[in-house]
Design a protein around this ligand. Structure first.
Ligand SMILES: Nc1ncnc2c1ncn2[C@@H]1O[C@H](COP(=O)(O)OP(=O)(O)OP(=O)(O)O)[C@@H](O)[C@H]1O
Length: 262
């Protein structure tokens, strides 16, 4: 069954049309790249899909359920988990505590039970810690588990965000510019992580990313946006060859065969 279906979604900010008749289908196991120039509407699309923004029109269904009016928290409980363009970590807490915060949303005991040390709370806290430690290991962050998040490098902090999202037991993971600000070796490690989460763990992933080289190598399918609309969709190599995509995304028409720049 289709995991996510956005149908004819529109979003206006006063007179600004940020999204217009935006439709997107995501099947389980997809690794999809959402690309487009600055202001194309990618983040607005993420915000509307994840419930941060209410659409002005259209519908969003997740796993066959209409979630158009559901809160971000409800969508997260259903398995729709995201990271943000700007890192949102608790800098004074340790990496483990940050990742545990992601697992709390998916756990059964209330925070009050945990704080009061009630048996159900203690058992849940142990479970949450175990989930967090597994995700820390999955993202190769073990050496930093006890360090405060604020002390980590930019690339490692981005990885903590992904570990925290994974701790929320996502069925659909949405990553908003995960490679922003990373150096080449950090980008390489990030690509390998995303690829293995998709191929080995079967996680469905949608990625907004400006780094075209990375997206084209990683994603099986690309959706290209411009001025709030989808202008192309398909296999990465086919899409990047389309003259309209080259013109709007790369800023000029390129001769056939010329490599796309980052
Ligand atoms: N809260 C807002 N109020 C008014 N206009 C907005 C708001 N958020 C986005 N926009 C406008 O909507 C359009 C789409 O913006 P959006 O941030 O979704 O694009 P984007 O593709 O994510 O861009 P970037 O790659 O630069 O992050 C832009 O014209 C932007 O100025």
């Amino acid at each position: 069954m289709t995991l996510l279906q956005a149908t004819d979604v529109g979003k206006h900010f006063g007179g600004v049309i940020a999204l217009s008749r935006f439709s997107l289908t995501i099947e389980p196991g997809d690794l999809l790249g959402l690309i487009g120039p600055n202001g194309a509407g990618k983040t607005t699309a993420f915000n509307v899909i994840t419930g941060v923004l209410r659409p002005s029109e259209g519908h969003i269904a997740f796993d066959g359920r209409d979630v158009t009016r559901a809160s971000p928290e409800r969508r997260a409980r259903l398995g729709m988990v995201r990271t943000f363009q700007n890192i949102r970590l608790f800098d004074d807490l340790t990496v483990r505590q940050n990742v545990m915060a992601g697992a709390h949303a998916a756990a059964s005991a209330s925070p009050v039970e945990s704080v009061l040390g009630l048996p159900r709370g203690r058992a849940a806290e142990r479970r949450i810690r175990a989930i967090a430690d597994a995700m820390i290991e999955r993202t190769a962050l073990e050496p930093f588990a006890g360090q405060t998040a604020g002390a980590l490098s930019y690339g490692d902090r981005r990885r903590v965000e992904i570990a925290r999202a994974l701790a929320g037991a996502p069925r659909l993971l949405l990553l908003d510019e995960p490679a922003a600000g990373m150096n080449d070796s950090e980008k390489h490690a990030l690509s390998a992580l995303i690829d293995s989460l998709n191929r080995e763990d079967g996680l469905t992933i949608v990625l907004v990313e400006h780094n075209i080289t990375m997206v084209a190598a990683l994603c099986r399918r690309l959706v290209v946006m411009n001025k709030g609309e989808v202008i192309a969709e398909g296999a990465a190599a086919d899409v990047l060859r389309q003259p309209e995509v080259r013109e709007v995304y790369l800023g000029r028409r390129r001769p056939q065969g010329e490599a796309a720049a980052c």
